[in-house]
Ligand binder design. Structure first.
Ligand code: FES
Length: 114
């Protein structure tokens, strides 16, 4: 059961090294986001590059670099740490992705509005 301002999915549907995208309704606004499973933890971010605000994934749900160790913005190539959202390289180095609250409940991932 999904409440307003909340998105849920089965944790097993996001295996290690994978992502899933979603939309949340937050205060009348639609927010696009994604969940990443990296290094044993789940993290949720707004799908918006801090550089010029475009979605990171030019191809839907494609966020990882080829080596699977970082997230990459498809527009100008900014690189982000999957577990912190911190930008380690590219035009917005030092900035970070906007994190969304995420909790694991039973076997589900639950993402809520900030
Ligand atoms: S919009 Fe992401 S690096 Fe420019």
């Amino acid at each position: 059961m999904t409440a307003p301002g909340e998105w849920r999915c089965a944790a097993a549907s996001v295996p290690p090294g994978r992502t899933a995208t979603f939309r949340l309704e937050c205060g009348g606004r639609s927010v696009s986001g994604f969940v990443v499973n990296f290094d044993g933890g789940y993290h949720a971010y707004v799908d918006r590059c801090p550089h010029v605000g475009t979605p990171l994934d030019l191809w839907p749900n494609e966020f990882f670099t080829e080596d699977g160790q970082a997230l990459v913005c498809s527009t100008h190539g900014a690189i982000f740490e999957p577990d912190t959202g911190f930008c380690t390289g590219g035009p917005c180095a030092g900035d970070r992705l906007t994190r969304l609250p995420l909790r694991v409940e039973d076997a589900s991932l639950v993402v809520t509005c900030p």
